[in-house]
Design a protein around this ligand. Sequence first.
Ligand code: SF4
Length: 217
Amino acid sequence: MRKSERAEIIRKELKKLYPSPPIPLDHTNAYTLLVAVVLSAQSTDKKVNELTKRLFKVADNPEKMIQLGINGIYEYIKFLGLSNQKSKNIFNLSKLLIEKHNGKVPNSFEKLESLPGVGHKTASVVMSQVFKIPSFPVDTHIHRLSQRWGLSNGDSVVQTEKDLKKIFPVNDWNTLHLQIIFYGREYCTARGCDGTKCYLCRTLYPKRKKKFICKKP
Ligand code: SF4
């Protein structure tokens, strides 16, 4: 089966399973989504949502966030991994937003990626979910599933993003990135599958018999 045929089967199946996937990180505006995505590095969305419920009640914009100070931010997020660094990044990025961007979240990859704690994946999530600019943020779920489904060879997340953008229609990128994440969480977790359980792998790789080993990002 050609890669484009596999992609089409995947696209249709995901559309059927998740016709309109919600954004998993709770937020009330562009700024709170940016902060939530920064917080989500190496943490679960569930944990982030629990903590931001309190944090965003007192600081849902950069001005209020810097009033908390680094230590104040830390108090709200201290149960997350990398909380020291994340507190500093959120404080510094909020300061920069005020100083350079009028307190607004910029809608450019370059400007977003120049903010502390904001890498390409975080910028892609914001561009996709806030500004609706077609993007394909690749997290570990997407990296893993792309290999299991033969859409990318798994050399790096950069390569996976390029491969997915080449194979899927641009207008589907924003939705597909969420659909693949939901599928990864629900069915195709990092452990516990030999690559033969689901309809998708059975259809894409009917002759697969043994465990498929994924490369790490
Ligand atoms: S068969 Fe396994 S690897 Fe394939 S989609 Fe299902 S859970 Fe993922």
